[in-house]
Design a protein around this ligand. Structure first.
Ligand SMILES: *[C@@H]1O[C@H](CO)[C@@H](O)[C@H](O)[C@H]1NC(C)=O
Ligand SMILES: *[C@@H]1O[C@H](CO)[C@@H](O)[C@H](O)[C@H]1NC(C)=O
Ligand SMILES: *[C@@H]1O[C@H](CO)[C@@H](O)[C@H](O)[C@H]1NC(C)=O
Ligand SMILES: *[C@@H]1O[C@H](CO)[C@@H](O)[C@H](O)[C@H]1NC(C)=O
Ligand SMILES: *[C@@H]1O[C@H](CO)[C@@H](O)[C@H](O)[C@H]1NC(C)=O
Ligand SMILES: [Ca+2]
Length: 433
């Protein structure tokens, strides 16, 4: 009997060979950077210097009259290096578990096992050498850049984002391969349960992944919900109801203007530590990557705090105008997103003052209510309304939650109540704190 794992392994290594081309292509960043779309904005070139021998491969930075600004990007390289080192450890442990596996197979005198075992072993070694190579090249590149920094600090630099995306992508790809290999390889036939030891998560898709590795402080973390896209920072709430929440939106003092255009809501705006909208593209990626629940926390100026929980939450992509999907409601604040037959934000498109996708035929709800939101015709909730520091009169364009105590008794021309705080955050449905 042959070990099915080894067969599988060989196809994975084929994939790896392509991405291991990563290790080779890293020699030739020139090519990668040329491909990148942002290249037009990047007059500088980073290229392999001469022939690359073994893992020693220098980088040369060619600068016309330009721009350098390294520190932040160097920080990112540091991060990548760390990830590559962690990958290397994962490969080491994989290698070990595969060896153990092979010994075990030999013990059982598996007749068909000969050849397959050692071949698999070689492939893990190959994997290891690819990781080593990538790691040392990254280190060279980093040293080189650090060396340059002194000389170039008066200049303004290079759009390093291309390189960052490129490297991120390679690391994500390697990680994916290592993680999948682990699932197959660490299980020896006949010894499924005792042997397997999950490889440490190397890609954090959202805040719950940070929670799982023991992070308990509420602050910003870098997440990669989809390894084909670049990673980005999010604010994690590690305290509310068990923690692990990725915050999508926060209002607390009116410091950020939420009357914004489509492109702003798409990319996100504000300050992650204070008030912000994370951005519709990011929200889409986060909610696509795992099944999420939504929690909304609200507080009024009397100090009343209530919440709403939706057991599903998904935001479609831009092509589908970031259409909202919410599940069943639970909580204390009332189901204002699905208020009635006539006011229902579920399954509505996103509307901004410059992009009318709402159900109101005579005008743009986003323009009238000064915000970007999944307007119906028009609203029973709007957490992106204006921040009023006290009750106000006129158009109800403040932060609004239609099921809030007392709100329905308000007179049409009278005062409207306002909110001190609002927050929207998500967490995987299957998360158990
Ligand atoms: C890894 O990269 C290779 C080549 O770039 C690609 O063909 C492959 O699909 C990638 N694998 C994953 C899991 O993205
Ligand atoms: C890198 O890519 C460029 C452009 O495709 C090519 O001309 C050059 O020969 C490559 N260099 C190496 C070392 O492969
Ligand atoms: C917010 O931005 C909008 C659009 O640019 C502008 O009209 C409005 O005056 C701003 N509000 C505040 C309070 O700055
Ligand atoms: C993810 O990639 C797609 C396609 O390249 C792009 O349109 C989108 O803006 C990216 N999202 C983020 C959050 O970077
Ligand atoms: C709502 O949440 C509470 C507290 O978590 C739980 O006890 C209750 O069963 C939930 N109700 C529904 C309808 O899911
Ligand atoms: Ca309309």
């Amino acid at each position: 009997m042959r070990l099915p794992g080894w067969y599988w392994l060989s196809s994975v290594v084929a994939v790896l060979a392509a991405c291991g081309a990563g290790a080779e292509q890293a020699h030739n960043l020139t090519e990668e950077l040329r491909d990148a779309s942002a290249q037009a904005a990047c007059p500088a070139r980073l290229e392999g210097r001469g022939k690359c021998e073994g893992s020693q491969c220098g980088f040369q930075l060619t600068l016309p009259t330009l721009t350098l600004q390294l520190p932040q990007q160097l920080g990112n390289m540091e991060q990548v290096l760390k990830e590559v080192r962690a990958l290397k450890e994962a490969v080491d442990s994989l290698k070990k578990s595969c060896q153990d596996c092979k010994l075990q197979a030999d013990d059982h005198g598996d007749p068909g096992g000969d050849g397959a075992g050692p071949a698999g072993d070689n492939r893990v070694q190959e994997l290891e050498s690819q990781v080593n190579k990538l790691s040392s090249e990254l280190k060279d590149a980093k040293d080189e850049l650090q060396g340059l920094q002194g000389r170039l600090e008066t200049l303004h630099l290079v759009n390093m984002n291309n390189m960052e995306h490129y490297v991120d992508d390679k690391v994500a790809n390697l990680t994916f391969v290592v993680n999948s290999l682990d699932g197959k390889c660490s299980k020896c036939p006949g010894q499924e349960s005792t042997q397997s030891q999950p490889v440490q998560h190397l890609i954090y898709k959202d805040c719950s992944d940070y929670y799982m590795i023991g992070k308990r402080s509420s602050e910003t973390y870098r997440v990669t919900p989809d390894h084909r896209n670049s990673s980005f920072l999010v604010y994690c709430d590690m305290e509310t109801m068990g923690g692990g929440w990725t915050v999508l939106q926060a209002r607390l003092d009116g410091s950020t203007n939420f009357t914004r255009y489509w492109k702003d809501y798409k990319a996100g705006f504000g300050n992650l530590e204070r008030e912000f909208w994370l951005g519709n593209d990011k929200i889409h990626l986060l909610t696509k990557s795992k099944e999420m629940i939504l929690r909304i926390d609200l507080e009024d100026f009397k100090g009343l705090k209530l919440y709403a929980l939706y057991d599903e939450f998904y935001v479609a992509n831009e092509f589908l105008k970031y259409r909202l999907h919410i599940g069943n409601y639970n909580g204390t604040a009332g189901d204002a997103l699905r208020f009635s037959k006539y006011y229902n934000h579920d399954l509505k498109f996103f509307t901004t003052p410059d992009r009318d996708n709402d159900r109101y035929p005579y005008g743009n709800c986003g323009l009238y209510y000064s915000s970007g939101w999944w307007f119906d015709a028009c609203l029973s909730a709007n957490l992106n309304g204006k921040y009023y520091h006290q009750k106000y009169r006129g158009v109800r364009n403040g932060i609004f939650w239609g099921t809030w105590p007392g709100i329905s008794q308000a007179q049409p021309g009278g005062y409207k109540s306002s909110f001190r705080q609002a927050k929207m955050m998500i967490r995987p449905k299957n998360f158990k704190p």
